[in-house]
Write a protein that binds this ligand. Structure first.
Ligand SMILES: [Zn+2]
Length: 333
C-alpha cells in the first residue's frame, strides 16, 4: 500500500454484530443489525462496535483515554529498547506479503501498527478506549498512513469481525488488562485464517518473590504516609492522578500463559522471554516520568548495550525464566 492510496480491502463487509454475530449494515448514523435490531453509533467518527451490556467497559477504559496524549512518553515508546523488542515481536507478521490483512487488539496509540503500515500491510486498529483509537488515527495519519475505515472501538473479548477475516492478529501488552483473557484469545483464533499468525506480545511475567517485595512496599508506603501526614498524601495523590493504572492488571508465569493460550485452542510454536535489565530500566524510568512529570530517556548507546546483554541472557536456561515479559508466537491450525 502506498501512502495515502486507498486499498481495495473492503473491511466493512467483514463486520459482524457483536451481539448476535450476524452481518451488519452501514447506515448514516452508524451500523445496524437487522437480526437483533442492535444499533452501533459512531463516536467522533469512529464506529462503536460494542454490545450494549458491555458499555460499562468503555467507562473503565477512560483511564486509557485520559492518558492517550502522553502514552508515548509515559511508556517511552520512542526508546531504542522498545523499538527493538516490539519489532522482534512483530517479526513473523512483518514477513507477510504486502496487503496482507492484520488485526490489532488494544491498539493504544498505534505504535506497532506504524511498523506494519510501513511494510505495506493493511492493519485494522481496535481498542476499547475511544480516546486511544482517536489518538492512533491521528498519529498514523500524521505519518501518512491513513484509511479512516481501519479504526474501530471494539472489545477484544467480543471481536466484531467474521471468522477468518485476517491473515494475522496480534495483541501487545493488553491481555493482562482483560477480565477474560481466554475469551479474547479464542476470539483471536476465530478471526484468523487457517495457517495465519497470532502473536501475543509483551505480557508481564509473574514472579512469586515480587509479591513479597510488593507487600514490603505497601507497608513502607503506609508508614511513610502516616509519618508525612494526610496533607502530603492528598498532594501526592493529586499529582499522580493522571497516571492511574487500569483496573485489571494480571501477571502470568510462563506455565500460566502457556495454559491460557492452549485453553483458547491455540498452539504456541514459540515463547520468548523478553526484557531483563531493560525491564528494570523501564520500570525505573516510568516511575521517574510519573513522579517528576518530565520525559526521561536513557542514552542510546547504553540501551544498545543492555539490549545485547538481555538477548544474551535470554539464551541461558533457567535464567530466562526471569524475563519481565513473554511474547508468544502461534500458528492458527
Ligand atoms: Zn445482532
Amino acid at each position: 500500500m502506498k501512502k495515502g492510496k486507498p486499498t481495495p480491502f473492503d473491511i466493512e463487509s467483514f463486520i459482524i454484530c457483536p451481539n448476535c454475530s450476524h452481518r451488519i449494515t452501514k447506515k448514516t448514523k452508524g451500523f445496524f443489525c437487522r437480526n437483533c435490531k442492535s444499533h452501533y453509533p459512531y463516536v467522533k467518527s469512529i464506529p462503536l462496535l460494542i454490545k450494549i451490556e458491555d458499555h460499562h467497559k468503555l467507562n473503565e477504559a477512560d483511564y486509557n483515554s485520559s492518558v492517550s496524549k502522553i502514552y508515548r512518553q509515559l511508556h517511552q515508546l520512542g526508546s531504542y529498547r522498545n523499538t527493538y523488542f516490539h519489532l522482534r515481536s512483530l517479526k513473523p507478521i512483518l514477513g507477510l506479503d504486502a496487503n496482507s490483512k492484520v488485526l490489532e487488539l488494544g491498539c493504544g496509540t498505534g505504535y506497532d501498527a506504524g511498523f506494519l503500515f510501513q511494510k505495506g500491510l493493511i492493519v485494522v486498529e481496535t481498542d476499547i478506549s475511544v480516546g486511544q483509537v482517536l489518538e492512533a488515527k491521528k498519529q498514523l495519519a500524521k505519518r501518512g498512513f491513513m484509511n479512516s475505515n481501519f479504526f474501530y472501538v471494539a472489545d477484544a473479548e467480543n471481536i466484531p469481525f467474521a471468522d477468518e477475516s485476517f491473515n494475522a492478529t496480534f495483541i501487545t501488552a493488553t491481555l493482562h488488562h482483560l477480565e477474560h483473557p481466554v475469551k479474547a484469545l479464542s476470539e483471536m483464533r476465530r478471526c484468523t485464517e487457517k495457517g495465519g499468525i497470532i502473536v501475543i506480545a509483551m505480557e508481564p511475567n509473574r514472579y512469586e518473590w515480587i509479591l513479597v517485595i510488593g507487600f514490603g512496599f505497601s507497608i513502607m508506603k503506609k508508614i511513610l504516609l502516616t509519618v508525612l501526614g494526610k496533607r502530603f498524601a492528598k498532594k501526592l495523590k493529586a499529582r499522580t492522578k493522571d497516571w492511574r493504572e487500569p483496573n485489571i492488571e494480571k501477571t502470568f508465569s510462563k506455565k500460566e500463559i502457556l495454559t491460557l493460550v492452549k485453553k483458547a485452542g491455540l498452539n504456541p510454536q514459540k515463547i520468548k522471554g523478553i526484557w531483563f535489565t531493560c525491564g528494570f530500566i523501564h520500570w525505573v524510568i516510568t516511575l521517574l516520568n510519573k513522579t517528576t512529570k518530565k520525559t526521561w530517556y536513557l542514552n542510546k548507546d547504553i540501551e544498545e548495550f543492555l539490549v545485547l546483554f538481555d538477548d544474551l541472557i535470554a539464551r541461558v536456561p533457567l535464567i530466562n525464566h526471569f524475563a519481565c515479559n513473554w511474547t508468544l508466537f502461534c500458528k492458527r491450525d
